[in-house]
Design a protein around this ligand. Sequence first.
Ligand code: DAK
Length: 258
Amino acid sequence: MALIETHIENRVATITFNRPEALNALSREVIAAFREAIRTLRQDRNVSVVVLTGAGEKAFIAGADIKGMAELTPIQAAAFAAEGQDALFELERMPQVSIAAVNGFALGGGCEFAMACDLIYAADVAKFGQPEVNLGIPAGFGGTQRLTRLVGPMKAREMLLLGKPITAEKAEAIGLCAAVFPKDQLMAQVRAIAGELVEKGPEALAKTKALIREGMDLDLGRAIALERESFAVCFSSPNQKEGMAAFLEKRKPNWERT
Ligand code: DAK
């Protein structure tokens, strides 16, 4: 059975982390298979949205594989952290919009994989957490940085220093996920949201997601300048003409997918 399963339907690719017996923990092999999957998908012009979810009843991803990490040397730990961090940069930089459908535990590396997605939706039973301090290590796949940017330093410190998981409801309240759905409705709701995204202008989506990510690391003046540039570049795209013509002609746009 493959560690990562990819299924494409209606322009939506669903990547399932498929190690339910270990609560989908991230071994080196899983991370390598995941990178391979997103490298293939990023070039697939038939895919507009990428959904990440976990196999089994209990977990999205319960973290990096603790058994695999236990005996790492510092040099191996640096290589492992780099593999995870690079995978998440690649995920963030995909032109397609990514959605984490958090169906259960999203702990440690699992919470970090979700946070590298553009949108996070959670089942009501899901738990989010950065419990690494309980294992004697800090978060290693960008958690100290992405969580702080998403929820602010106080709530991030609470999660990262105390290491206690929070409920999906609390995650929504602090801005760690966009919405919570009953567990049995999560995938249907996420597919409906993905279906809405598929209808939007492709360059507009890619530029909007990149502007939000890149802008967060810039001062406001530079970020606004970047926005101006992207806005102008869109006017060289046939899809800007098509989107506006469709509005004026009261019809649905017929996007060009390149
Ligand atoms: N790794 C490996 N196996 C795991 C696992 C994990 N993260 N989480 C669960 N499993 C395995 C369990 O060992 C168990 O396997 P068997 O004993 O059946 O062989 C199976 O999944 C089912 O788990 P449980 O029996 O424990 O299930 P429960 O429902 O009782 O508990 C739980 C569910 C999620 C509360 C519990 O499994 C748990 O606490 N899991 C560990 C969660 C955790 O601590 N996650 C954070 C992992 S650390 C870095 C790079 C990366 C990172 C840090 C630094 N650098 C290199 C700097 C990232 C770190 C992490 O993500």
